[in-house]
Ligand binder design. Structure first.
Ligand SMILES: NC(=O)c1ccc[n+]([C@@H]2O[C@H](COP(=O)([O-])OP(=O)(O)OC[C@H]3O[C@@H](n4cnc5c(N)ncnc54)[C@H](OP(=O)(O)O)[C@@H]3O)[C@@H](O)[C@H]2O)c1
Length: 276
């Protein structure tokens, strides 16, 4: 999927891109794709490790564990003071940092589940709230990376799916709250994407097949392109790819208890395959 000249022209309004979790996967691809469109963008990445990509002459990396509220507060303060140096223009904020944990409750590691809530939910709300005054002054777009897991309960990934349902609903409501202010919100719901996500979530074998016409999964670069295209087209929510859209809309026509049961059967089968 390519960006049109109109899509690219839209990006002239942004002078700043702030990404959480740009050290790998989707976040890293979003930084690269945005720099491709706007080589002069002032880039700020927040994650524990530094991205391999060049963040630009004035780009900054703030090393931070965003699941730690005190560390997030300090990182946001640093960012807000450095933001004064950024050229005038709108802000593109991408709340992307997140992880899952493939485990059956009640055997899941409780501290990991709580850290997931702190990162996937708390950090996105906290960082956005701290940056909103600057976004309201300059104008901007807040992109929240949710997931197709946001559309139904996800047994074996129970907490993860619920965090993404929060992100999806919160992003849509945020957009309405911000209507008329010059700041928009976009919820991005990727399906399976080839990143470190599955390893970090505890899958020994990523549950995604080979790339090709029948494949459900996407590359992080493709998700990034679709995200930037949706920003340029002022969408409020996207599900990446027609197969993911078909699955999420079909699921939405069935009773939630059925969809949950079907999810449990599929994810339990995956779990058995993981341990074979
Ligand atoms: N891959 C998929 O199939 C898929 C599908 C739907 C949605 N998503 C969502 O996409 C987003 C990006 O994931 P990904 O697929 O690109 O996986 P990834 O390659 O594992 O990237 C995760 C990013 O989150 C950052 N992160 C993790 N823990 C953090 C912490 N405590 N503090 C700050 N940053 C932290 C990581 O940076 P550091 O480790 O350097 O901190 C990394 O840059 C996540 O929100 C994920 O839920 C992924």
């Amino acid at each position: 999927m390519k960006l049109t000249t109109n899509d690219i022209a839209y990006f002239k309004r942004f002078s700043v891109i702030i990404v959480t979790g740009g050290s790998s996967g989707i976040g890293c691809s979003i930084i690269k794709a945005a720099q491709n469109i706007g080589p002069k963008l002032w880039v700020c990445n927040l994650s524990r490790s530094k991205p391999d990509v060049f963040l630009g002459e004035n780009g900054i990396h703030i090393g931070v564990d965003l699941s730690d509220p005190a560390a997030l507060q300090s990182a946001a303060n640093t960012l807000l003071s450095r933001l004064q140096e950024a050229p005038p223009g709108e802000i593109l904020l991408v709340n992307n940092s997140g992880f899952g944990d493939y485990a059956r409750l009640p055997h899941a590691d409780a501290s990991k589940q709580l850290k997931m809530i702190d990162l996937n939910i708390r950090a996105a709300v906290d960082l956005t709230t701290r940056l909103l005054p600057a976004c309201l002054t300059r104008g901007g777009t807040v992109v929240n990376i949710a997931s197709t897991a946001a559309f139904q309960p996800t047994p074996f990934l129970a907490t993860y799916g619920a965090t993404k349902a929060f992100v999806r609903n919160w992003s849509l409501a945020l957009h309405e709250d911000l209507r008329g202010t010059g700041v928009r919100a976009l919820a991005v719901c990727p399906g399976p994407t080839r990143t470190n996500f599955f390893k970090a979530a505890g899958f020994t074998k990523p549950p995604i097949g080979e790339s090709g016409p029948g494949a459900l999964d996407m590359t992080a670069d493709e998700v990034a392109r679709r995200t930037l295209r949706a920003v340029a087209r002022e969408k409020t929510i996207i599900v990446t790819g027609w197969k993911n859209r078909l699955i999420t809309s079909f699921g939405g026509t069935l009773p939630l208890t059925w969809v949950t049961r079907m999810g449990a059967v599929i994810l339990r089968k995956l779990r058995l395959e993981q341990h074979r």
